[in-house]
Write a protein that binds this ligand. Structure first.
Ligand SMILES: [Zn+2]
Length: 405
């Protein structure tokens, strides 16, 4: 993201101190003033001033707590996670997920809204606007408390101006999705990123990130996604496009991908493979019980013992395993975390994926790379969309505001 660094000034130092205090309270609440002073290395008078200001603004409040010996009550500072609300939206191929969260990215409600495949950006934005209002009404919250909107979409997204540069799944190019929403919600920050980076934010703050800041997240299901997390931060690449792992080549001159290339991993290690290969297999064995090539249907039929479904799942797993082997050999990561809607059926194919992926360059020298399943549930996408905005709202104030205001 293009950020312009602010000039040093008293005002800037004040903002940085305020940020420091708020960050400590967000991470460690409830917490005593003495503890905040220790962690922030700020003097008591500065701290008192900042705490008063933050209390007035509604970010924090004080709670009393009895000590174990009874008697004296120590005052603790609590983060007010309900001082406002964030709307998090995930744009899927034929569906919008609209979530309402508090200021700690905890989900309050989720609405699912279907739309026609390849619907125009304008029609999707009006669905967003309508349902943002609806979700506030439904939960008896005031729209005046909306503090920000986080958008997650497939494809290549310019994070600095919230533009979907290209999404072949949605058939969008150069859609200024953040601007379109900002026109309808003045003075509200709107941040956008691609789906998988949202999920990675959720992993960083509520999942794997609690143990390690270095991991690679792979999503499996209707497509293949990747986010690389280094020292607790997502690697975005040159134009925000790092992680187009699904469009790395696994089969030279293979199946044609929606991106225009041939042989992309996404055509082999996701639901797309079921359709690509399934159609060929059904010609040879037309009496299979397969009714569609949706992930759920193929997985269920494989469980029921359908031969073609079983073969499709097994081969998809092998391709995914090879893809992950390539990742391990390229990045030598601490850990691979696998997520996505396909993982509901992970028990069907993860053994195969591990078996193929673990046969990598490093296994020859006795080093095993951990491959684990994400412990977060499907809400993680919307949690991540919310974190996208919260990270912006609570960012270190050394940058001039260039987006979202
Ligand atoms: Zn592709």
């Amino acid at each position: 993201m293009m950020n312009v660094i602010r000039n040093g000034s008293k005002e800037l130092i004040k903002d940085i101190n305020r940020f420091k205090v708020l960050k400590i309270i967000r991470e460690k609440h409830p917490i005593s003033r003495v503890e905040i002073a220790k962690l922030s290395a700020l003097g008591m008078s500065t701290l008192t001033y900042i705490i008063e200001e933050l209390t007035e603004q509604g970010y924090i409040f004080e709670i009393g707590e009895s000590t174990s010996t009874g008697g004296r009550r120590a005052r603790l500072i609590e983060f007010n996670k309900n001082f406002g609300y964030i709307v998090s939206i995930k744009v899927e191929e034929e569906r919008l997920l609209v979530g309402l969260t508090n200021m700690d990215a905890e989900i309050i409600d989720v609405m699912k809204i279907a739309f026609k495949r390849h619907a125009s950006p304008e029609s999707i934005v009006s669905k967003m606007v309508k349902n943002i209002k609806l979700i506030f009404e439904k939960n008896e919250k005031s729209l005046a408390d909306l503090k920000g909107i986080g958008l997650l979409s497939s494809g290549l997204v310019n994070r600095s101006n919230g533009m979907v540069i290209r999404s072949s799944l949605l058939d969008w190019s150069n859609v200024p999705i953040s601007e379109m929403l900002k026109e309808r919600f003045r003075n509200i920050p709107v941040m956008a990123d691609k789906n998988i980076n949202g999920y990675a934010l959720a992993e960083i703050s509520k999942g794997e990130g609690k143990e390690s800041g270095n991991f690679v997240l792979v999503s499996v299901g209707s497509g293949v996604g990747l986010s690389v997390v280094i020292d607790g931060k997502i690697n975005y690449g040159s134009i925000g496009g790092a992680g187009e792992f699904g469009h790395t080549t696994i089969a030279v001159d293979g199946y044609l991908c929606h991106c225009g290339q041939r042989g992309c991993l996404e055509m082999y290690a996701s639901e797309f493979y079921f359709e690509n290969k399934g159609k060929e297999l059904l010609l040879l064995q037309p009496n299979s019980g397969l009714k569609s090539f949706k992930f759920e249907e193929v997985a269920e039929q494989a469980i029921n013992g359908d031969e073609i479904a079983g073969q499709l799942v097994d081969e998809m797993a092998s391709y995914l395993g090879h893809g992950i082997r390539n990742l391990i050999n390229t990045l030598n990561p601490e850990k691979i975390v696998i997520a996505g809607e396909g993982m509901k059926y992970g028990s069907l194919f993860m053994d195969k994926v591990r078996q193929v992926a673990q046969n990598n360059f490093f296994s020859k020298v006795g080093h095993t790379t951990k491959i684990v399943e994400s412990r977060l549930n499907d809400d993680a996408w919307l949690v991540g969309g919310s974190l996208l905005v919260l990270t912006h709202i609570f960012q270190l104030p050394i940058y001039q505001v260039t987006v979202g205001r």
